[in-house]
Design a protein around this ligand. Structure first.
Ligand SMILES: Cc1cc2nc3c(=O)[nH]c(=O)nc-3n(C[C@H](O)[C@H](O)[C@H](O)COP(=O)(O)OP(=O)(O)OC[C@H]3O[C@@H](n4cnc5c(N)ncnc54)[C@H](O)[C@@H]3O)c2cc1C
Length: 405
């Protein structure tokens, strides 16, 4: 089992990695494993956290259908054999010198750098939100420390008003923020209390997914549960003392009073050091500026990026990484040999539950929907729910994190 290296102290000789992978989430672990499977000899992973999470299951934690233990594994058990793990975090990158500076003060050189530190919560974007999480009146499945508190808060509600927000892009698989909302509605319906609850869903766009053939299933679910939908809207601020939620809508700010619980997903952005190191693009969220097809930095040929922090010109998701990892592993090897690079077509997934037993699996790429060859391909199905809740976690830990993409 790989043990973490602490990295050198400042002033010691600069160690060097042939491939330095920044971030050991879904992207970094899968890529490191794939590179090693393909014959790479010197792969170093820079990851500060001792815990690795399969984050899609957090939505099931927030609906009482999974536990934190289902989600988490020690990082030491998912780092692939042969990979050197430095338990430290990047503070900055010096692309001209081909080095990264870590928070512990080490400098590590690289031949190839892969940037995949994910996104972080932009708490400053929503005044009051962090205090509201601390107070327990707001929370969400998107914040790992909050996810186990969501279901205890939702399942006891019998009356009053509840708000669920879908974060604006970029966000980690934003549409899945509808999962806890619709699973809770189904629970309340079965418990016979849905009629006493005033449920509001806040969508960043006009349609829930923007995928023809799929949106109608979600609209039908909203209608069935009697949900009020605020469209082209986003969370503006919350007040945990007054229990109010302010939503920015196309016609002005709307205030929701006496909210019993706010499932308020934070807005997201890339870590600031990406832009400060000259790797960011023009987007305000500061995603790594890459060619979204080759996944290579537009400015530095030896820098690449995948995952939530990368400007991939599609919605980010773990499902998208299956394709990105394959393309990037090929492209890193191809670039070193002067061969043709492969293209990532923007494939991504949006799995959304419409009840506690049915899920619609929506796949798309930059050209549009990629429906399965089925009659009514996006229809919510029990089999898709089972696959998402029970099969995919096994596939993730046993295959994807082992580079079998
Ligand atoms: C609640 C929720 C539900 C989701 N549901 C689905 C779903 O149903 N289907 C789906 O396909 N996708 C889903 N996703 C999205 C999916 O989890 C992400 O797209 C995926 O995890 C992205 O992987 P990543 O490696 O880019 O980022 P992450 O998984 O966030 O990993 C980033 C890693 O980088 C590390 N890191 C951060 N900063 C630094 C630094 N400075 N130096 C070094 N390392 C650093 C972090 O510790 C972390 O381990 C969901 C996400 C959430 C939050």
């Amino acid at each position: 089992m790989p043990t973490p290296l602490r990295g050198p102290r400042t002033g010691e000789p600069v160690p060097h990695a042939e491939v330095l992978v920044v971030g050991g989430g879904n992207a970094g672990i899968s890529l490191a494993a794939k590179l090693l499977r393909d014959g790479a000899r010197d792969v170093v992973l820079l990851e500060p956290s001792p815990v690795h999470r399969y984050r899609p299951l957090l939505n099931y934690v927030g609906s009482g259908q999974a536990t934190p233990a289902d989600v988490e594994r020690p990082t030491s058990t998912v780092v692939p054999p042969g990979c050197r793990w430095v338990q430290d975090a990047v503070a900055s990158v010096q692309p001209a010198a081909r080095t990264v500076l870590t928070r512990r003060g080490a400098t590590i050189g690289y031949t190839t750098l892969v940037v995949c530190p994910g996104m972080r919560e932009d708490w400053a974007a929503t005044p009051g939100l962090q205090d509201a999480y601390t107070a327990g009146w707001a929370g969400s499945t998107y914040v790992p420390s909050s996810a186990p508190l969501v279901w205890p808060a939702l399942k006891g509600l019998r009356e009053g008003s509840v708000v669920f927000t879908v974060p604006p892009e970029p966000a980690p698989c934003g549409p899945t923020a509808l999962k806890p909302a619709l699973m809770a509605c189904d629970y309340w319906r079965r418990a016979g209390v849905l009629g006493n609850l005033d449920v509001t869903v806040v969508l960043p766009d006009a349609e829930p997914l923007g995928v023809a053939g799929a949106d109608e299933h979600l609209e039908a679910a909203f209608a069935r549960y009697g949900v009020t939908v605020l469209r082209r809207s986003r969370l503006a601020s919350v007040d945990p003392v007054l229990r109010t939620v302010e939503i920015a809508t196309p016609t002005g700010t709307r205030r929701l009073d006496d909210v019993a619980y706010a499932h308020a997903v934070p807005h997201y952005r890339a870590p600031e050091w990406i832009t400060e190191s000259g790797l960011g693009g023009p987007s305000p969220a500061g995603l790594v500026d890459i060619d979204p097809e080759t996944l290579r930095s537009r400015r530095h040929d030896d820098v690449w990026a995948i995952g939530d922090a990368a400007g991939i010109a599609t919605r980010s998701s773990g499902g998208a990484l299956r394709k990105q990892v394959k393309v990037l592993a090929h492209n890193i090897a191809a670039a070193s040999r002067g061969r043709r690079l492969h293209s990532y077509d923007g494939y991504t997934v949006m799995p959304v539950t419409t009840s506690r037993r049915r899920l619609m699996l929506v796949q798309a790429d930059r050209k549009g929907p990629r429906p399965l060859p089925l009659l009514n391909p996006f229809a919510p199905r029990p089999s898709a729910f089972w696959f998402d809740r029970h099969v995919l976690p096994q596939v993730y830990f046993r295959r994807l994190l082992r580079g079998k993409v």
